[in-house]
Design a protein around this ligand. Structure first.
Ligand code: G6P
Length: 281
C-alpha cells in the first residue's frame, strides 16, 4: 500500500484516505465511490456529499462520484424499478488492486467484485483508475473479455460542491438536450446556463470541457472523454422528497455527469474508457 493511503472502517464500510503533498481524498470501497477531493492549492472541497447520505451499505451513496454502469438511470430495457437505477456497481464492495505514488500524486486501481448480473450477462473486466494530485482524474474502463459484442452505458455521476446554486453558471455546453422533467422534450441549451428550478437534462453532444462558475469565477473545470453526452442534474425543491437529502441540500450541489447514454457497442477484445478530470481553478 502506498504511504499516502490510510484505511479506516466504520459501520461495516471500508474507506481509503489519501493524503499527499498535492491533495487529499476519501474513497469508499462500497461503490468504488469517491466522496471527497480537496486540492492543497486552495484547500476547498470540490465534491458535495449529502449530510444524510447512507454510509452503511444500505443504499447507494448520495454525493461524491457514483459509478453508473452498465446502464444509466432506469434505461435497462425493463420496467422502471425492476433493476437498480444506474446499474449494480455503486452498491457492491470493490477491491483496491494497486496503489502507487509519484511526484504527480497517488494512483489507485479499484475493481468491482462482479460485473455480470441480472440485466447484463456478459464477460468483461471493469476497472476504476483514480489519480489524486493537482487534479482528480477518474477513468472507468470496460474491456469485453467474452466472445460476443455487447452494448452498455455508463456515467461518472459527479456531485460538484457549489457555494450557492443561485449564483452558479455552467460554461462550455452547447447544442440540444433531452429534458427529463418535460417528458424528454428536445430543447436548446440556455445561455447563460444558470439555475432556478429542477433540472434533469441529457445534453446530446460529447461535451469535452465544462466550467463550473460560482459567483462569477470559475471554481472547477470538468474535462470529459469517452463520453457521448453530459448529464446535468439538480433536484431543486424535489430534494425534500429524497430521503438521503435535506430540503435545502440542492443549494450546494450541481451534478455534471460525464456519460455514455446512447448505448456503446463493444466488440470482443475492445476497451472503452470513460474519463473525467476535475481541475480546481
Ligand atoms: O437517485 P439516483 O438513482 O441516485 O439518481 C439521481 C439522478 O441521477 C441522474 O442525474 C438522473 O438524470 C436523474 O433523473 C436522477 O434523479
Amino acid at each position: 500500500m502506498a504511504d499516502s493511503v490510510r484505511v479506516s472502517e466504520s459501520n461495516g464500510l471500508t474507506f481509503l484516505h489519501v493524503e499527499n503533498p498535492l491533495a487529499s481524498a476519501k474513497i469508499s470501497l462500497f461503490g468504488g465511490h469517491i466522496l471527497s477531493y480537496i486540492p492543497k492549492s486552495d484547500g476547498q472541497e470540490r465534491l458535495w456529499l449529502s449530510p444524510h447520505a447512507f454510509l452503511n451499505g444500505e443504499r447507494p451513496i448520495r454525493g461524491g462520484i457514483p459509478v453508473c454502469w452498465p446502464w444509466f438511470s432506469d434505461d435497462h430495457g425493463k420496467q422502471k424499478g425492476e433493476l437498480p437505477s444506474h446499474g449494480f456497481l455503486r452498491t457492491q464492495v470493490w477491491q483496491l488492486t494497486s496503489s502507487i505514488e509519484d511526484e504527480n500524486g497517488t494512483h489507485l486501481i479499484l475493481t468491482p467484485s462482479f460485473s455480470r448480473a441480472e440485466g447484463f450477462e456478459y464477460d468483461c473486466e471493469v476497472t476504476l483508475k483514480v489519480s489524486v494530485g493537482e487534479h482528480l482524474t477518474v477513468n472507468l474502463s470496460t474491456e469485453n473479455k467474452g466472445v460476443v459484442p455487447f452494448t452498455f452505458n455508463c456515467a461518472l455521476h459527479t456531485y460538484f460542491h457549489v457555494d450557492d446554486i443561485h449564483n452558479t453558471e455552467l460554461k462550455g455546453i452547447s447544442g440540444q438536450y433531452k429534458d427529463k422533467t418535460q417528458n424528454w422534450a428536445l430543447e436548446d441549451t440556455p445561455s447563460p446556463y444558470t439555475f432556478s428550478q429542477q433540472t434533469d437534462r441529457i445534453h446530446l453532444s460529447a461535451v469535452k470541457q465544462t466550467d463550473v462558475v460560482v459567483n462569477g469565477k470559475t471554481f472547477t473545470k470538468v474535462i470529459s472523454n469517452g463520453n457521448d453526452s453530459l448529464v446535468v442534474w439538480n433536484p431543486w425543491q424535489e430534494a425534500a422528497s429524497i430521503s438521503d437529502m435535506d430540503p435545502f441540500g440542492y443549494k450546494h450541489m450541481i451534478c455534471v455527469e460525464t456519460s455514455m447514454t446512447g448505448g456503446h457497442d463493444l466488440a470482443p477484445g475492445q476497451v472503452h474508457e470513460l474519463i473525467q478530470q476535475v481541475i480546481p481553478v
